[in-house]
Design a protein. Structure first.
Length: 235
């Protein structure tokens, strides 16, 4: 472990440490039941996912606010399917359910325990501020995490360098060459690291091709491969 040169480990939260896709589907189904929509909602969920993704991309580009996003994704989904349901009620129910449907990515606890023993772990997330704090508390990872930086509190989102600057100011100490971000998003986590001038580890369990301009320092398909990859960066 002495060979790892990094001492500040910045982690994306969703689909890196927490299996957001699993939580998202459970929360969506619970929300639909709460609104009185019975039966299979898988097709509706797939439509919601596509709409939600487009709105998150717009948020990261600075063209949609998070408050609008939280309700608009349900409004568009319901309108597309002719459903007379309240999008604001759906948003509130969904966000509440997210806190109770936390699923860890395999290896997350062991990785956080190992890295927190040699440095400082910070979470950097574009997710909803109070929900992300509650999800971390529910995950059991809180004891390993030194700070949580959210775009909502900062006012800027990944990959904006201002968000990274805001995040590292929360750390006990910061040196660019000793800092690495681990995340699943090329367009947010890795590109943000490139712009900010720090190392990055692309968590790519789907072994997707990188056809973007983002350049990770290393790439792993599982969380148990992160520390060996950091060893190699230090070699």
């Amino acid at each position: 472990m002495d060979a790892v040169r990094h001492s500040l480990f910045l982690f994306d939260l969703d689909d890196t440490l927490l299996d957001f896709r699993a939580s998202e589907q459970l929360s969506f189904a619970r929300t639909m039941r709460a609104l009185g929509l019975d039966g299979n909602v898988d097709a509706l969920f797939q439509q919601y996912q596509a709409i939600n993704l487009a709105l998150w991309r717009a948020f990261e580009a600075g063209t949609v606010s998070k408050d609008v996003l939280k309700v608009e994704r349900f409004r568009q989904t319901f309108a597309l399917n002719g459903l007379d349901l309240d999008p604001e009620a759906a948003s509130a129910s969904y966000l509440e359910a997210l806190s109770d449907t936390v699923v860890l990515v395999d290896g997350a606890r062991q990785l956080c325990a190992s890295l927190s023993a040699i440095g400082e772990i910070g979470i950097i997330t574009n997710g909803v501020h109070h929900i992300q704090h509650r999800r971390i508390a529910s995950s059991g990872l809180g004891e390993y995490i030194a700070f949580v930086a959210t775009s909502e509190a900062c006012g800027h989102a990944k990959p904006d360098s201002r968000f990274f600057d805001y995040s590292v100011r929360m750390a006990r100490a910061f040196a660019r060459h000793e800092t690495v971000i681990v995340g699943d998003r090329l367009d947010a986590d890795i590109l943000g690291a490139n712009r900010f001038g720090i190392d990055s580890c692309w968590f790519n369990p789907g072994r997707l091709a990188n056809d973007t301009g983002a350049r990770p320092s290393c790439e792993v398909a599982s969380l148990d491969a992160v520390i060996p990859a950091l060893y190699r960066l230090a070699a």
